[in-house]
Design a binder for this molecule. Structure first.
Ligand SMILES: C[S@@+](CC[C@H](N)C(=O)[O-])C[C@H]1O[C@@H](n2cnc3c(N)ncnc32)[C@H](O)[C@@H]1O
Length: 240
């Protein structure tokens, strides 16, 4: 239910930055992606670097390495810093790069970053229901650190929708948190961070990403772990 429809009327009810934004975003991530002041302040490469404990470049590469020039790519949510620009440039003018996001502030940032790239489109949509107006299949669909930020039912809906949009020769890429090894000190830092700031994240420690797919056995799931199991990149394709 969006805030606009919520019974808890807030002073932000008529603020366009909050219009149609789901409650979980306002309740948990207002400071990060909804309030335009904060979103503007945080949209920087160094923020991504710190949040990912200096693993940003190799995790970004895990996605960018899958992009082929001239293909059709859907990135399901915006990411701070220059990653979306790099992804769109790699697709190039002979392809199509579609970026969706649910909050007006993030849509503004993405639109600014991708200005001048005619092959890139920024679309305000929920990753669990985005319908491409061209109705052409995507070669690559990527979720970069989105799943850990959404409630369980939304994780199911996003994974199922991404897989439903995946053509037989397409690839889905999920880069996200995983279950860190017991010896990885970051495990204990993240326990505290998750407790106070990221209530939907620890489910990623318990469930493999295929847990969220209702027809997981129709696909192959190829996982690479990073940084003592803190992060994972999972590449999903239809079974031959
Ligand atoms: C992909 S995550 C990226 C997290 C990472 N901390 C970063 O560096 O930006 C955050 C984005 O997901 C968006 N988002 C949250 N729920 C969404 C949904 N259901 N559909 C599309 N985008 C969503 C948020 O608005 C935000 O821009």
């Amino acid at each position: 239910m969006s805030r606009k429809m919520s019974k808890n009327h807030s002073p932000r009810e008529n603020d366009p930055y909050y219009d149609g934004v789901p409650d979980y975003m306002i309740d948990v991530y207002d400071w990060a992606y909804v309030d335009p002041k904060w979103a503007r302040a945080l949209d920087r490469n160094w923020v991504v670097r710190v949040l990912l404990f200096f693993n940003d470049q190799r995790l970004i590469r895990a996605y960018l390495n899958e992009i082929r020039e001239g293909t059709r790519v859907w990135q399901v949510a915006h990411v701070y810093g220059d990653m979306v620009t790099r992804a769109a440039k790699k697709v190039g003018p002979s392809g199509a790069f579609h970026l969706t996001d649910i909050t007006p502030a993030q849509i503004e940032h993405a639109t600014r970053k991708l200005a001048g790239m005619d092959w890139a489109r920024v679309i305000r949509a929920d990753a669990s229901s985005h319908a491409d107006a061209d109705q052409k299949p995507y070669d690559l669909i990527c979720s970069f650190f989105l799943l850990h930020e959404v409630p369980e039912e939304k994780k199911h809906a996003i994974v199922n929708h991404m897989l439903a949009k995946l053509p037989r020769n397409g690839k889905a890429v999920f880069v996200d948190y995983d279950n860190p090894a017991w010896w990885q000190p970051i495990r204990y830092i993240l326990k505290v961070v998750n407790h106070y700031l990221e209530p939907f994240a620890e489910a990623m420690w318990k469930n493999p990403i295929q847990h969220y797919a209702s027809q997981a056995d129709r696909f192959t799931w190829r996982k690479t772990g990073f940084f003592g199991g803190v992060y994972q990149c999972v590449i999903v394709e239809h079974k031959a």
